[in-house]
Design a protein around this ligand. Structure first.
Ligand code: MRU
Length: 362
């Protein structure tokens, strides 16, 4: 959590690099109706639509169905979810509203288990409201803390971008997986934030986006958001990555993370395979993530990998792709061992092996 002094310092720094387009933040609070508004990412790239979540169950549905997704955006969703629960609670006294918020926190956390930011956002707002004295105070503090999470996410991503941009050379081509861009965050992005910052510094950078089956966050979201910013992007299917690397078309691989434990980086399924391919072809493999994605006490074995609906593989929308009753294995994430990672880029700087997580905290 930033102290006020730290925040002022950060805002004074060069955080004005912009490639901003007309898009709203991925997730925000709507003052007039005390509700959460977010970009419905299941509709992209066909339609850019903002939806309003007025109830906790509609926000939970939006998280489960990936209308809002990406670790940092889920952190903001967790924070705004507690603020929403505070405004919806009919409790008249401090103890009962706190009890309501704790129940809401459990419900929010159960929607998606792997990205640690969701729990982090929930817990941060729950901790902040314990300083309140009454129901009104709980509401005000919850909303302020949730807004701070969103605000800090943008600052954090620009700092990640600044640190990571040093790793990219003018003319580089970066291969990325899934979507670790502005739509996975409140704005700017982590992995794609590094690309944006490098471009804002005047470097010419191209991106190769892996399709990212089965839900196609790469083709639907990464390709779309980069094209909005006129950043050169070429789409490939996941199975093409090895060949593209072997042909010398990739200077570095740059991905985001859902949870970083002492021994591995959890990210979208397929990241582990890319790390092996990068190692084989001597290509640097970078992970860009805020420190809110670090699970300092966690190990690979302590983390639950989300298993998703088998129909995500059997169908694409209403299109049947496989026998309806074929057995399916559909984990949403995999774990990349630290030895496959060249550097981890955070808002606190670039870290190289051995990745001693305590150092990241300093
Ligand atoms: O299932 P998703 O779309 O939420 O998965 C997202 C990812 O794996 C991203 O790479 C990760 O959250 C980093 S986002 C900055």
């Amino acid at each position: 959590m930033w102290s006020l002094k730290e925040k002022r310092k950060l805002f004074r720094q060069n955080l004005t690099l912009t490639l901003e387009c007309d898009l709203m933040r991925t997730i925000d609070w709507k003052e007039e109706s005390n509700s959460v508004v977010l970009v419905d990412q299941t509709l992209l790239p066909k339609e850019y639509r903002i939806i309003e979540c007025k109830t906790l169950s509609s926000l939970c549905e939006a998280i489960k169905s990936l209308r809002i997704r990406g670790a940092p955006a889920l952190g903001a969703a967790g924070g705004f979810g507690i603020a929403l629960a505070a405004f919806l609670s009919e409790s008249r006294d401090f103890e009962t509203i706190i009890r309501d918020l704790k129940i809401a926190g459990k419900t929010l956390k159960s929607t998606r288990p792997t990205a640690v930011n969701l729990s982090w956002g929930v817990d941060r707002v729950l901790k902040a409201v314990s300083d309140a004295f009454d129901v009104q105070g709980v509401r005000e503090i919850a909303l302020q803390e949730a807004r701070d999470i969103a605000e800090e996410d943008v600052v954090t991503n620009k700092l990640i971008g600044e640190s990571g941009a040093e790793l990219l050379k003018d003319g580089d081509t970066v291969l990325t997986h899934c979507n670790a861009g502005r739509l996975a965050c409140v704005d700017w992005g982590t992995a794609l934030g590094v690309v944006r910052s490098a471009i804002a510094e005047g470097k010419k950078i191209k991106v190769i986006a892996c399709e990212t089956r089965p839900l196609n966050q790469g083709s639907r979201i990464t390709a779309w958001e980069l094209m909005q910013d006129k950043i050169p992007v070429t789409l490939i299917s996941d199975s093409m990555a090895g060949w593209v690397m072997q042909q010398g078309l990739v200077d570095s691989v740059l991905v985001g993370a859902d949870r970083i434990t002492q021994d591995v980086v959890f990210n979208k399924i397929g990241t582990y395979s890319l790390s092996i391919l990068a190692k084989e072809h001597d290509i640097p493999f970078y992970v860009a993530a805020p420190t809110s994605t670090f699970d300092f006490n966690g190990w690979e074995g302590s983390v639950k990998i989300e298993m998703r609906d088998p129909d995500e593989l059997r169908f694409f929308g209403s299109e049947q792709l496989a026998p309806k009753d074929v057995e399916v294995f559909n984990p949403a994430f995999d774990a990349t061992p630290m030895e496959n990672i060249t550097a981890i880029i955070t808002e606190k700087g670039v870290f190289y092996p051995p990745f001693l997580l305590d150092e990241v905290l300093v």
